[in-house]
Design a protein. Structure first.
Length: 210
């Protein structure tokens, strides 16, 4: 079994020690677990290019390699303050979209892994039966709230939508991380608002590539 560690690196002076401590903690609970530490992944990339200064490699190159490694993992473990990191949020979104189980900081004891690794085959037609539709109900409620407050599909017309919905997603994730379950204005869960913002963000991102 492979577990990917995700958290804030940029701007954290002791990030290496922090990731190493979490890796040790996981190994103590799951001795046979294979840990994918992005710090180690980044260091290997630097060595392969003969780079001394980590800043000589672009953030995009680091993220591409990290995403490649994440795709091979059976689960992702979000460290504390992950929502303050653009890269970690991207990894969270990738895991969410690709059905990779997500575990959060301080919930290490809740992780359960079988003896056999799961599989994810991306070829062929979309199998919508795999999507837990009951979890989408909250997203629909947020969309209905927005339609009543503004207008149906108004979110598609928001100027600078990509950056604004990214910021909104981060605010909702941050509130949820701090223990605030419901949004005070809508009365709906922050995580459902964040999911909506993630969908909106992807919409504007896809428009840029077309």
């Amino acid at each position: 079994m492979k577990l990917y560690l995700s958290g804030k690196i940029t701007g954290v002076p002791d990030y290496k020690a922090k990731f190493a401590a979490v890796e040790t903690e996981v190994k103590q609970m799951f001795p046979t677990m294979e840990i994918v530490n992005p710090v180690t992944v980044g260091e290997k990339l630097q060595q392969s290019r003969g780079v001394v200064n980590p800043n000589d490699i672009s953030h995009g190159d680091y993220m591409k390699l990290s995403m490649d490694e994440l795709a091979k993992c059976d689960a992702i473990y979000m460290l504390d303050c992950w929502h303050d990191s653009k890269g970690a949020v991207m990894e969270y979104v990738f895991a969410l979209e690709n059905g990779i189980p997500i575990y959060f900081h301080k919930n290490l004891s809740t992780m359960q892994f079988g003896t056999d690794s799961g599989r994810k085959d991306d070829s062929g037609k979309l199998d919508w039966s795999l999507l837990p539709m009951n979890l989408m109900e909250g997203v629909v409620k947020v969309l209905m709230f927005g339609a009543r407050k503004y207008a149906r599909d108004n979110w598609m017309k928001v100027p600078d939508g990509k950056n604004r919905y990214w910021a909104a997603m981060m605010r909702h994730l941050g509130a949820a991380q701090q223990g605030e379950f419901l949004d005070t204005e809508s009365g709906l869960p922050h995580i459902d608002h964040a999911h909506c913002c993630m969908i909106f963000y992807k919409y504007f991102l896809s428009k840029e590539s077309t």
